[in-house]
Write a protein that binds this ligand. Sequence first.
Ligand SMILES: [Zn+2]
Length: 279
Amino acid sequence: MNNNETATVYFPFAGNYYLFHWYTYDNRGHIILAKNEKSLYLIAEKIIDNYAGIQIKDFLKIELVGPSEKLVKLIENKIYEENVQLFLREVRAELYCIEDTQLPKQFMVCDNYSETEEKKLEDDPNHYICDNCFEGIKLKDLTPEEFYHKYKNRWLEVHSDNCNEPKDEEEFLLSFKAEQSKASPARDDEEIYKVIDDFGPHASGLCLEVLKYDDIRTNPVLFYFRKLEELNKNTLEEIKDKYRKITEMKTKKEDEEFNKRGIERHRRIIEKVLKVFSE
Ligand SMILES: [Zn+2]
């Protein structure tokens, strides 16, 4: 099994860490990990000083864990099911080049249109939402799983020349390789958290979520962790308050100076005007 087919993480390490999760409207969610509390405070203070309107979301002592046995199994099953469907779609996309009358013997034109009530279309001659086929074509005498096992390797061999060199942006993404976690696996029955990325317009950035076994995603996560302690956010709130007061004082002083300059300018204008018309 390769890393693309199992539960992987972008931060594959083990051990205890101090975690600071912060959010701003412009910059969204971020996470800082430090090996000790003192370092975390130092970094947190710099961040709070730099980002106005910062929200202190979480301040925790955590232990990194690997995915539990149950989670690994669920993710592997889901990836397998996705791969079976993806393979069928990939093949279907190339079957468009072949006349229906010349379809390979493993396929047939769908003769049994079926749709669920909730996704009913008025008219669907191409079977776009037919439950029995992929856009008009279906497997004959083979389940999608059987088809996957029988033909996937052969398909890859024949299509090996399709694998072009990755483009720049793909190379950039590939440089963040997800790996199997080196941390000891969590127990199936304990509460664990995951750090996920939620990027894009109006998205949350990095977020912390309780892991739910009925809502599994197959994409790698940043890491899984066990919460050891909720740390006191008061010190961070005090730091935030201190910087808010400094900023307010600075702004107040700047406003006062601005107003003073305005009054002075105004006074000079009046003085000059009156001087011209005084005789
Ligand atoms: Zn159909």
